[in-house]
Design a protein around this ligand. Sequence first.
Ligand code: ZN
Length: 269
Amino acid sequence: MASVHVGDIELTGLSDGPGQFPASRVYPDHVDELHHYAHLLDADGNINQNFGCFLLRADAQTVLVDTGNGPERDGPLLRELEAAGVSPADIDVVIFTHLHGDHTGWNRNREDGTPRFTRARYLVPKADWDAGIEANRDGGSFNRDIRPLQALGVMELIEGEYSITPSLSTLPTPGHTPGHTTIVARSGGAEAYVVGDAFLSPIDVAELEWVTSWDNDGTKVVPTRRMLAERIEASNALVAASHMPAPGLGHFMVVDGRRTWAGVDFSGK
Ligand SMILES: [Zn+2]
């Protein structure tokens, strides 16, 4: 398993499958500059991405960050959880970095609509809930995966710096979505940041100012990325990011004066 320790916390990278996106569609304002990052793209100019979720074991709690695309895309999230020794009933807390459909898909069983993570509290960023209620009156993943959690009595709306467990807390990181949330793990002097889609690809790490076509508010995403990069570098924190190459765990390093994503090497494990 792709697990690392952050003090006493165990952080595991899980995948719900791969994805491929043309870089020119992700960065439409920077098509002419993409050749600088040819080494990060495939021969057809695609960014090869991961649909990542993360498991945190901290303070005797098992916390799942995001729930992937769901059964329609037949991704491996549930199998990866099983390989990590975790059944859906073992999850105490599900928390969402944001409410896009590739982060909420496994929330409920399709057959009967019950929560898949039967014992879990589902922590939902309030600003994304508010935006979802506003935008998704009919259909969409919000209505399928999120809205019913309220009637099921398993949902809690969160905002600001919310304490999940003594060593896990949230940090508002708006921009990709209004309620986009980072989870900060702190133990024994070590830190990790589960940054969701605040950094979508290694290109975002080098180019903090490049707004992607999926960012809801570019005027917020750039200061959010600057703030995160500053904090991450100040503590040399581990970073877990949803769409970085699987399993999505790495560090920010400065190479030749440029900030670079350096994935944790699990090849020997
Ligand atoms: Zn995403």
